[in-house]
Structures are given as structure tokens and as C-alpha cells.
Design a protein around this ligand. Structure first.
Ligand SMILES: C=C(CC[C@@H](C)[C@H]1CC[C@H]2C3=CC[C@H]4[C@H](C)[C@@H](O)CC[C@]4(C)[C@H]3CC[C@]12C)C(C)C
Ligand SMILES: C[S@@+](CC[C@H](N)C(=O)[O-])C[C@H]1O[C@@H](n2cnc3c(N)ncnc32)[C@H](O)[C@@H]1O
Length: 365
């Protein structure tokens, strides 16, 4: 081959390789977000590093002091966290920001959908019903539940960037007539009393410093007789506070997921009763016969490596803002702690409670 032809062939092959690596390999789990679209929510490109340091400063003071002194600062801290991670989550995981038990022989997408549709079925959702999605992310569950049940869903999230992403996805899916999204704090919701037929939260209330504050609000906005399903992040009875390995995994999960402190499994139903709910059902969906929820994290090692490389390249080329690599590295570490929590059985991200707001007559008994 002529040297010039050889050079052109090599250049074309190199270009094709880079194109494949960035556009194809780096494509989103669920079509939509690509590596080249990674932003840091509503944070300006040159402020990502500062915001990332600000995020970490929350964990610097001793735990007890931090929890007490900063409870009122948690929503802002959680908002910063979601500005930092939303695009990476969408790109590397999909539009549903939660785990699900794996289903042998079926895709992650199917497993996610089944886990979401279970919520709609538990709520007996159907056309004409108005549901509340407490901590809705970019709306993956909301769209699955609206499509499956025909009900209307209103989602609330503290993060404005997620509101815009969720609205765009709703329009694209043709579900914007059924799905609405509001920016606000689920501990002080901008909805009138008794304005929803049902409510659910999927892996979101773990961000509340006091579970009473969010469960109390859900109780207020539900109609009497209305059902509420929550998938809660908890430590299980296998967790030992005197085992350094257990403590390391749980603290790692808290630091990498913007949690003011994980709750024990037995606290959930107690808080629900305290705010007035009847507990209809309580079940840890992570326990057998369910298949492990953490295998999806373990299987992704090769893609983490690819993603990390891709992010570094895009940062160097100034396509992705500086600081994305650090955030990605933090998520990689968090994935190890979550996997450890799953393998040891000390942690569950899907402790399910089904609650009912009593009818007035029943409440008076
Ligand atoms: C409910 C919450 C979030 C749960 C999960 C959706 C996310 C927890 C950890 C996240 C991830 C970890 C590793 C990332 C990987 C390094 C990257 O290359 C691609 C994205 C990840 C897989 C990312 C995806 C989302 C999680 C699994 C919390 C916040 C309450
Ligand atoms: C892990 S994501 C789960 C999102 C969604 N439920 C899903 O499964 O895709 C947690 C969500 O809770 C929201 N959230 C956390 N604290 C909140 C608060 N105080 N008020 C409103 N939303 C909050 C976050 O903004 C985010 O959308």
C-alpha cells in the first residue's frame, strides 16, 4: 500500500474508533444522554470543583453535630448532589434512579419496570386517579406507572435541573398530559390537604433528616382511605455497629449518596404509625426469593473503566466540565460500598411499606 493511502486508512480507522468509543460505547443506558452531553445540572462549568468541595464539607464535622446542626441545610446539600450526579446517573444507569431485584433471563430495563409497576398495582392505580411521586428524579418511575395504570401522576423533586429533564422526557414519551412535575421540598409540599388519591416514594425519603417530616406531609396531602407505598433505604438486623467493616460500608453509602444518616429497618413502620398511617404491609423486597439487586453494579466493572476513560478524555478536550472525573470516581467508590452492603445483607434499598390514611370514622375509633 502507498504510504499516503496507508496514512489515510489509519487516520480514518482512528477516527472511526474514537467515534465508536464516544458516541456508541458512551451512549446512555436508555437512549437519551450521551457522554458528550454531560453537564453538572445547573452548576456553571467553572464552579463544579467548588460545589464538589462544598458537598464534601457536609461530612467533615463529627456525625452527631453535623446531623443536628445541619438538618435545615440538607435540602440544599441534596440539591447540590443531584446537580453533580443527575447526568452521570442518566447516562450510566437510565431514567430510573433506583435498584430492583434482578430477574433471571430478563434485562435490567425489564427488572426496573416490574419493580415500578408493582407500586402501581399496590396502589390500585387506574385511570382517573391522581398520584403523587415523592422525590421523582427525572421521572422514569412516573412514566412507567402512568403508562401501566392510566392514572395521572404529579412528581416533586428538590432539583430544578431534574424538573426540566423530567418534563422533556414526559413530552418525548407523549405522557405530558398525564404527568406533571413540580420543584419543591417534600418536607413542606406546595399541595392542598387531601388532594391525592395515592402516593409513592422510590428510594427518595432516605434524604430526609427526619422521616416524620416527609411521612407527615404525605399523610396531609392524601385523601382519607388513600394508600402510600414507599421503597426505603435501611440497615437490616444483620448490621453490627461494632463491626468496622459494616460501619465502613454504611458510612460509604451515606457519603456517596447524600444521606444525612441511614435508618434502621424497624424505624420505618414506627414512624408511619406515629404520623397516623395504618400499616397494611411491610416487606423487604431484597430478601429471597428475590434475586440480588447489586449484581447490576458488580457486572459493570468494564463499563466503569470505559466511562472513566471517556470522561477524562472529554474533560481534557473541555467538552465535559472540570470536576466530572472526581464525581465519577466518587460514584465508583460508592458502588463498591453498595455492593458490600448487598453482599453482606446489612443494607437494603427496597424495604417496602404499604400504608393507608385511615377514614375519619376509623380514625375516631
Ligand atoms: C437512590 C439513590 C441512587 C441509587 C442508584 C441509582 C445510584 C447509586 C450509585 C450510582 C452509580 C454508581 C456507579 C456509577 C458508575 C461509576 C458510572 O460509570 C455510571 C453510573 C453509575 C453506575 C451510577 C449510577 C446510579 C447509581 C447506581 C440514592 C442517591 C439515594
Ligand atoms: C435517588 S433519586 C430517586 C428518584 C426517583 N424516585 C427514581 O426512582 O427514579 C431521589 C430523589 O429524591 C429527591 N429529593 C431528595 N430530597 C428531597 C426533598 N427534600 N424534597 C424533594 N425532593 C427530594 C431528589 O431530588 C431525587 O429526585
Amino acid at each position: 500500500m502507498e504510504p499516503a493511502t496507508m496514512a489515510w486508512t489509519l487516520a480514518a480507522a482512528g477516527f472511526a474508533l474514537v467515534y465508536w468509543f464516544v458516541w456508541v460505547m458512551g451512549a446512555a443506558e436508555v437512549q437519551g444522554k450521551r457522554a458528550v452531553d454531560l453537564q453538572m445540572g445547573s452548576i456553571a462549568g467553572d464552579k463544579v470543583g467548588d460545589k464538589y468541595s462544598q458537598y464534601w464539607s457536609f461530612f467533615r464535622s463529627p456525625k452527631e453535630t453535623a446531623a443536628a446542626a445541619t438538618a435545615d441545610k440538607v435540602p440544599a446539600f441534596v440539591d447540590t448532589f443531584y446537580n453533580l450526579v443527575t447526568d452521570i446517573y442518566e447516562w450510566g444507569w437510565g431514567q430510573s434512579f433506583h435498584f430492583s431485584p434482578s430477574l433471571p433471563g430478563r434485562s435490567h430495563r425489564d427488572a426496573t419496570r416490574v419493580h415500578e409497576e408493582r407500586v402501581a398495582d399496590l396502589l390500585e392505580a387506574r385511570p382517573g386517579k391522581r398520584l403523587l411521586d415523592v422525590g421523582c428524579g427525572v421521572g422514569g418511575p412516573m412514566r412507567a406507572i402512568a403508562a401501566h395504570s392510566g392514572s395521572n401522576v404529579v412528581g416533586i423533586t428538590i432539583n430544578e435541573y431534574q424538573v426540566n429533564r423530567a418534563r422533556a422526557h414526559n413530552r418525548k414519551a407523549g405522557l405530558d398530559a398525564q404527568c406533571e412535575v413540580v420543584c419543591g421540598n417534600f418536607m413542606a409540599m406546595p399541595f392542598p390537604d387531601a388532594s391525592f388519591d395515592g402516593a409513592y416514594s422510590i428510594e427518595a425519603t432516605c434524604h430526609a433528616p427526619r422521616l416524620q417530616d416527609v411521612y407527615g406531609e404525605v399523610f396531609r396531602v392524601l385523601k382519607p382511605g388513600g394508600l402510600y407505598v414507599s421503597y426505603e433505604w435501611v440497615t437490616t438486623p444483620l448490621y453490627r455497629a461494632d463491626d468496622p467493616e459494616h460501619v465502613e460500608a454504611i458510612q460509604g453509602i451515606e457519603r456517596g449518596d447524600a444521606l444525612p444518616g441511614l435508618r434502621r429497618q424497624d424505624e420505618i413502620a414506627a414512624v408511619a404509625k406515629e404520623v397516623g398511617f395504618d400499616v397494611v404491609k411491610e416487606l423487604d423486597l431484597a430478601l429471597p426469593p428475590s434475586h440480588p439487586w447489586w449484581t447490576r453494579l458488580k457486572m459493570g466493572r468494564l463499563s466503569y473503566w470505559r466511562n472513566s476513560l471517556l470522561i477524562r478524555a472529554l474533560t481534557l478536550l473541555r467538552v465535559a466540565p472540570k470536576g466530572v472525573s472526581e464525581v465519577h470516581e466518587m460514584l465508583f467508590e460508592t458502588a463498591q460500598h453498595l455492593t458490600r452492603g448487598g453482599e453482606t445483607g446489612i443494607f437494603s434499598p427496597m424495604h417496602m411499606v404499604l400504608l393507608r390514611k385511615p377514614e375519619p370514622a376509623a380514625a375516631a375509633e
